[in-house]
Ligand binder design. Structure first.
Ligand code: UD1
Length: 441
């Protein structure tokens, strides 16, 4: 068992809080909505790419350098996990150097793993590197049961012995052999775990019904830059030729499409024009199509998108789906945006079983929303009014920022530590959007 990991994490969190004053769990965020009418914000590197590429650095004996890494709590935890298993990790202004030399520990400490879902990706990385991994059942947002059967099935089909005992997943992967794996659902995490493990398998692995998310493609590009052979990422069939020697590389992470979507929605909800810079517009197709349907005028210029809305949005019918469908990670924020629509919207959640926790909090602002199982019916209201609210998961926190921007008066958000998991300098970025924010001690 790795000792002292929790102490090191607390110290790292304190250091990070000093360096980045927005990072603190003890303050509340006050948003004064509908103040200025236009803004511009630069989007950071993708959380879900960073959380996958950090463990992928462990596949190589040497030093990898990741650029455009966001300064968010989930990345900090993932970095601490890499340190806890024996890698040297140095972070400086968006750049993270991971030096994983020699023999690493193959057990991930519970105190860190329980803090984020992405810790389960250590399973594929450590199994590939050392043929053994012991990883606690992970934590993450409380949005319904999140089984791991597909991760386990994938590793077992590659030849690993995988057991769950005393809250840990234990994988013995002495000899991995390439094979064909069909995923019953295109799970992002299972696709990534199998891709990493398959780099060490003899022969070819084919993943059918693989996840097509841009972050999966980013991982494939990173593995290929290292000398791996991954073909087909971004389609539903990914082929990995295992056994190629991997070498250290420098690699820049893609922009965060969910962060970009959140600020587009917050800026529009605040009632003006908004420009998000450093984005890949094709990664946002599903959202942009829905915004156009809602009456938003869009212009894209290379890596920037400008959106403008005169008056209230038109109502929408939206279903979340695996990429390229509408992302579940933008569902709470879109729901918040539609609270002021001119008519009734219907939002169906098809990925997670319990992802309408934000609805109760949105009602405090005067929203008229009812849920029926995995569907929310939103009757648009003329105006929302600020109120105290509490976030209990990451994207709920993001939805409260959007709703706060749309409401008249002051909204005070508690539970800000959930927002810190995925949004870098969000206070500053909201201000750049024209939303007035203040910290309350
Ligand atoms: C990733 C993202 C998360 C996003 C989600 C869906 C990271 C770190 N997180 O999470 O932000 O909300 O994709 O886009 O990248 N499932 C199973 N069995 C499994 C695995 C998943 O049934 O073994 C189900 C889940 O319960 C869920 C669905 O598949 O209903 C999607 O989950 P998955 O794509 O695996 O999400 P994550 O990788 O956990």
């Amino acid at each position: 068992m790795v000792t002292g990991a929790e102490d090191r994490f607390v110290m790292a969190m304190e250091r990070c809080t000093r360096e980045n004053p927005a990072l603190t769990a003890t303050r509340r965020l006050l948003i004064r909505g509908r103040v200025r009418r236009d803004g511009r914000v630069r989007i950071s590197g993708a959380k879900n790419s960073a959380v996958a590429l950090l463990p992928a650095c462990l596949l190589v004996d040497g030093e990898c350098v990741l650029q455009n890494v966001p300064a968010i709590a989930d990345v900090l935890v993932q970095r601490e996990i890499l340190s806890a298993v024996g890698a040297e990790v140095i972070a400086d202004d968006g750049e993270v150097r991971v030096r994983a030399a020699g023999r690493l520990q193959t057990e991930v400490p519970y105190t860190l793993a329980k803090r984020l879902r992405g810790s389960v990706l250590l399973l594929g990385a450590l199994a590939a590197r050392h043929g053994h991994a012991r990883v606690p059942l992970p934590g993450g947002c409380a949005i319904g049961s999140r089984p791991l059967d597909l991760h386990l099935k994938g590793l077992r089909e590659l030849g690993a012995r995988v057991e769950i005992e005393h809250g840990y997943i234990q994988a013995e992967a002495g000899r991995l052999l390439g094979t064909e794996i069909y995923l019953d659902f295109p799970s992002v995490g299972a696709t990534e775990n199998v891709m990493m493990a398959a780099t060490a398998a003899r022969g070819i692995t084919v993943i059918y019904n693989a996840a097509k998310e841009p972050e999966v493609v980013d991982l494939a590009n990173f593995l290929n830059a290292m000398g791996g052979k991954v073909v087909g990422a971004g389609t539903d069939t990914i082929k990995i030729e295992g056994g190629h020697p991997l070498r250290p590389v420098e690699y820049s992470i893609i922009p965060d499409r969910i962060e970009a979507g959140t600020y587009l929605l917050a800026g529009l909800a605040g009632g003006g024009s908004v420009t998000v810079e450093n984005v890949i517009p094709t990664h946002l197709e599903a959202l942009l199509a829905k915004l156009e349907e809602a009456g938003v005028e869009l212009a894209d210029a290379g890596d920037a998108i400008t959106a403008r809305l005169a008056g209230r949005p038109r109502p929408l019918q939206v279903k979340t789906l695996p990429y390229p469908g509408f992302p579940t990670d933008l569902q709470p924020q879109l729901t918040a945006f539609l609270l002021r629509a001119e008519g009734t919207s219907v939002v169906s959640e098809r990925i997670f079983e319990d992802r309408f926790g934000h609805v109760g909090e949105l009602k405090r602002l005067g929203a008229r929303v009812e849920t029926d199982g995995r569907t929310a019916i939103i009757e648009g209201v003329e105006s929302l009014t600020g109120a105290p609210v509490t976030a209990t998961d990451l994207r709920m926190g993001a939805a409260l920022m959007v709703a706060g921007a749309a409401a008249r008066g002051e909204t005070v958000i508690d539970g800000v530590e959930h927002i810190e998991r995925g949004y870098e300098r969000f206070d500053e970025k909201l201000r750049q959007l024209g939303v007035a924010v203040e910290w309350l001690e």
